[in-house]
Design a protein around this ligand. Structure first.
Ligand code: ATP
Ligand code: MG
Length: 396
């Protein structure tokens, strides 16, 4: 199996903890990613040291992490998160030798993790601890719960979303019993905070397999947010052709859901999921553009740019291209490159110019609109003198 080594600064943290007598391991996603031969997104260490003891080992380089029991160590301007084993120590006076105790702690820590591939630990000297067969599952490209799936999903229903998200990201299969566990516990998904569902859904949308959203729907994990009509998996698959930008993928998803009748409006769906105002607005505008006829003339394309803004039009045309195989994004690029004016910002005259001509308030606004429409139709005429005389002449 492919394997990459942890970077020097990560090894330094492991060695420093071990040097003070605390067992310390890399664990979770970084070990999985190392075994897969891909760059880990973050480095997580689990250790027998308590948070105060971790702070003693790195007195000038650590701060409390976002979750309790997690300490962020800053080393060579890199962050490494160090978490105390999430298990209670053996009973005082139980007479257990140290070795048994620390192995016990590590195994207990790993047993609380979600999937076998995420429950592997690696020591500084390269020894793997793999009590649940995670290495074999990575080899078989299998996502399998640590322990009994139904119990693990009942403990934390978010794990159901995580299973599918990992399958979308890594191209792994969800093990049969794990899948049965999801089916059995799907109804618990409705109890999850919308923000957590949103974050998982967004990460899934941003993978190369956004059609996994279909499985989420089919398994019943999104019933709190969707109407019963299922979306088209082929269209969902096409979301992978969009740039890897969250707003684009949300907008594309809304179009697919709206077309299928799975949602009544992007606004309602995305508000339920607690998306931000900007993303909601963009998705609404994109869906509106996708539902209307594509402007054929440059003038009408510029009218879209004026009305919706460059980024939103770019997003809508990327979606259209993804769904239809068209090349409208290239057309847009051509228009933008031409430098032709489609916004008041680039008009050769401003409100204060009109004020000097004695136009103010509503009359000035209407004149600016008129001039903008005029230069959109005659791009070569976006010249100050010409527009001023036009404004003055109309005024007379
Ligand atoms: P990513 O690369 O997406 O960050 P990751 O595996 O590092 O993947 P995290 O969400 O950062 O995932 O979590 C780190 C580790 O913590 C996981 O690998 C897993 O061992 C454990 N973990 C995280 N969330 C859960 C959960 N809900 N239930 C059990 N274990 C979890
Ligand atoms: Mg992580």
């Amino acid at each position: 199996m492919a394997s990459v080594k942890p970077p020097k600064h990560v090894r330094a943290v492991l060695v420093a903890l071990q040097g003070r007598g605390y067992p310390a391991y890399l664990a979770g996603g970084c070990v999985r990613d190392m075994l897969l031969g891909v760059r880990a997104q973050s480095w997580d260490i689990c250790t027998g040291a308590q948070p105060e003891q971790i702070a003693e080992v790195f007195p000038d380089a650590c701060r409390p992490g976002a979750r309790s029991g997690v300490v962020t160590v800053l080393i060579d301007s890199h962050e490494v998160s160090v978490t105390s084993f999430r298990s209670s120590s053996p009973e005082p006076g139980s007479g257990e030798p140290d070795l048994v105790r620390f192995i016990g702690d590590l195994t207990a820590d790993l047993s609380r993790r979600d999937f076998t591939m995420n429950a592997i630990a690696l020591s500084a000297d390269g020894m793997l601890a793999d009590p649940f067969g995670g290495v074999g599952d990575i080899r078989r490209q299998l996502i399998r719960c640590v322990g009994v799936p139904e119990e693990r999903f009942a403990e934390d229903p978010l794990r159901m979303f995580r299973a599918l998200r990992y399958s979308a990201r890594l191209g792994f299969t969800v093990d049969l019993f794990t899948m049965e566990g999801i089916r059995a516990r799907a109804s618990l998904a409705a109890e999850l905070p919308a923000e957590s569902v949103r974050d998982e859904l967004e990460k899934t949308l941003l993978t190369r397999s956004p059609e996994t959203v279909y499985s989420l729907v089919e398994l019943g994990l999104l019933t709190a947010y969707l109407l019963p009509a299922p979306p088209d998996p082929v269209l969902l698959h096409r979301l992978a052709l969009l740039p890897r930008r969250a707003q684009y993928r949300w907008a594309g998803l809304c179009h697919v859901l709206l077309t299928a009748g799975s949602i009544s409006s992007p606004e309602r769906f995305l508000s339920l999921l607690k998306l931000d105002h900007h993303t909601i607005r963009m998705a609404e505008d994109c869906c509106e553009m996708l539902a209307s006829e594509l402007p054929q003339s440059d003038l009408n394309k510029k009218r879209w740019l004026r009305r919706y803004g460059v980024e939103t039009v770019r997003c809508a045309l990327s979606c259209r291209d993804a769904f239809t195989g068209g090349q409208e994004s290239l057309e847009l690029r051509r228009i933008l490159k031409s430098g032709e004016c489609f916004s008041l910002k680039h008009l050769a005259v401003s409100g204060s110019d009109l004020l000097a001509l004695g136009l103010h308030g509503r009359a000035a606004g209407e004149m600016l609109d008129f001039l903008l429409e005029y230069v959109m139709e005659y791009p070569g005429n976006n010249r100050r003198e010409l527009l001023l005389s036009l404004a003055a002449g109309t005024e007379e």
